[in-house]
Design a protein around this ligand. Structure first.
Ligand code: PNS
Length: 165
């Protein structure tokens, strides 16, 4: 079917990328041949700056996802709907961990729908073992000297170690 979705974005701040994000990317790739991990410039959810720069977040995501066929990683600034148009993506895939995610994601999806009803928002349920996992939890743990190696790939553990050393 010519209208079928061939390219989706998995957008986020990825500050930094975690095993939870990587699980969502793999799931997105199972349902779509081309996945672009779209790393937002993002000032953070509360207007606070990110721990890693946009370039660093892109580099870490690229390293973490290296070798995954059909998956690429690109930075973007501005609106997600504009970036989707720019790279000709027809859908957006995000992971849901809990009802609290749902409220936020529904609002984002509704807004994106108002901006471009042709851009399909889709959701995958995060694997239960990652239900508690978030970039902010990982950052907090790392900043207090905790071991994050069960939650993020080695390149991210190293980068966090350097950042909070
Ligand atoms: O990792 P996050 O914080 O859940 O990612 C949120 C993100 C970056 C996907 C979302 O904030 C986003 O799409 N930002 C780009 C700007 C935009 O299009 N916002 C929605 C309409 S105001």
């Amino acid at each position: 079917m010519s209208d079928a979705i061939q390219h989706v974005l998995v957008p986020g701040t990825f500050d930094p990328i975690t095993y939870g994000h990587m699980d969502v990317v793999r799931r997105a790739r199972r349902i779509c041949p081309h996945v672009t991990v779209a790393v937002a410039e993002s000032l953070g959810k509360n207007g606070v700056g990110t721990t890693f720069s946009l370039e660093e977040r892109v580099a870490l995501a690229r390293e973490a996802l290296d070798g995954l066929d059909g998956v690429d990683v690109l930075p973007f600034t501005g609106l997600l709907v504009d970036f989707a148009r720019e790279v000709d993506a027809q859908g957006v895939v995000k992971g849901l961990r809990a009802m609290t995610d749902f409220e936020y994601e529904l609002q984002q999806a509704d807004l994106n729908y108002r901006l471009n009803p042709r851009l399909e928002s889709m959701f995958v349920m995060s694997a239960p073992e990652y239900g508690y996992l978030s970039s902010s939890v990982v950052r907090q743990l790392a900043s207090m000297g905790g071991d994050v190696s069960d939650f993020v790939p080695a390149c991210v553990t190293e980068a966090l170690h350097e950042r909070f050393m």
